[in-house]
Design a protein around this ligand. Structure first.
Ligand SMILES: NC(=O)c1ccc[n+]([C@@H]2O[C@H](COP(=O)([O-])OP(=O)(O)OC[C@H]3O[C@@H](n4cnc5c(N)ncnc54)[C@H](O)[C@@H]3O)[C@@H](O)[C@H]2O)c1
Length: 307
């Protein structure tokens, strides 16, 4: 494949685009011809990025709203529809990290993490769904995190919500495929305001000064993967890409081979502890049904055909 990838005639909404990764995604999409609604909680930030895009010759509208609320999410999509008549690309980027030891976790902090990191992705995607189905085309990119996919201490609310995006992405992609809509996600790492507040941020990050590693973790080295997932030529669907420092890779969910006993006992499980904890991943089912089918083939006698 050759040639510059462009988004002429396409419209996009990018949530949390007033700063950090979202700003970078919006700027890149606009620089390649997409018309972009720049959403952020902070009006001045959204307006600033929309102005930057316009100054660079692109087309953008600033949109200030909390997209974790249904009205904000609906209004965001309606802004694109009112201005340009279609919605092709949804970049669910807005996120909120509030590092909290579990002992100090409250229902309010947990719910807020869910609202911004997971529910907002549902709300904005759902608001765009009917128009996308009607036009037979759509590209949705969620923003997960290795904190949720792999685990991190001190952020159970954030991590659970980000892990929820794995299931949301994979499940929705199965419904989306026949409709011409692709749903994927990224797990980025980049030096942003949020990265500076992480529990694992080194002192040079927390101070905002940065270091050689933070300079390599440039937001501009994440956005090209987001833009590819948002492009009409991209056939990927239901995948989560790790994107950081110029490296792009696919996350996979696997099972190790495990063991089978027809009359499983507690002791059987105890006796296979080493295998369960350290056995190499051996199966990588693409969807839930694939795991069920493989299990059926392994444990059911061949003489009993599946009903
Ligand atoms: N930076 C990283 O290393 C990293 C790692 C993993 C995942 N992520 C994810 O990437 C995304 C972008 O992160 P970032 O590092 O650029 O963060 P950031 O904090 O620098 O920027 C996030 C932007 O989202 C906006 N925002 C927050 N809540 C909002 C809401 N309810 N409605 C509208 N806008 C809202 C903020 O005002 C801010 O401008 C987030 O989803 C984050 O969880 C980032």
């Amino acid at each position: 494949m050759t040639g510059e990838l462009r988004f002429d005639g396409r419209t996009a909404v990018v949530t949390g685009a007033g700063a950090g990764l979202g700003r970078s995604h919006a700027m890149l999409l606009a620089s390649r011809g997409a018309k972009v609604v720049v959403n952020d909680l902070h009006a001045d930030a959204a307006q600033g990025v929309a102005a930057e895009i316009s100054a660079a010759g692109g087309t953008a509208i600033a949109h200030a709203a909390d997209i974790s609320q249904p009205d904000g999410a609906t209004d965001l999509v309606q802004t694109a529809l009112d201005a340009w008549g279609r919605i092709d690309i949804v970049i669910n980027n807005a996120g909120l990290l509030q590092p909290t030891d579990f002992a100090d976790m409250t229902p309010e902090i947990f719910d807020r993490a869910y609202a911004v990191n997971l529910r907002a992705s549902f709300l904005v995607t759902h608001a765009a769904w009917k128009p996308m189905v009607a036009q037979g085309y759509g590209r949705v990119v969620h923003t997960s995190s290795n904190s949720g996919l792999l685990g991190i201490g001190g952020s159970t609310g954030y991590a659970s919500a980000k892990a929820g995006l794995w299931g949301f992405t994979r499940s929705l992609s199965l419904e989306a495929a026949p409709l011409g809509i692709h749903v994927n996600a990224i797990g980025p790492i980049a030096f942003t305001a949020m990265a500076r507040t992480s529990r694992v941020a080194p002192p040079a990050w927390k101070s905002g000064e940065g270091d050689a590693w933070s300079r390599r973790l440039d937001v501009a080295l994440v956005s090209p993967a987001v833009a590819w997932l948002a492009h009409e030529e991209c056939t990927m669907n239901g995948q989560v890409l790790s994107v950081a420092a110029g490296r792009v890779a696919r996350y996979v969910m696997g099972l190790n081979h495990g063991f089978v006993r027809d009359a499983l006992t507690i002791e059987d499980v105890r006796d296979h502890d080493e295998l369960l904890q350290h056995g190499e991943p051996a199966e990588f089912p693409a969807k839930a049904n694939d795991e069920s089918s493989a299990l059926y083939r392994r444990v059911m006698p061949r003489s009993e055909p599946r009903k």
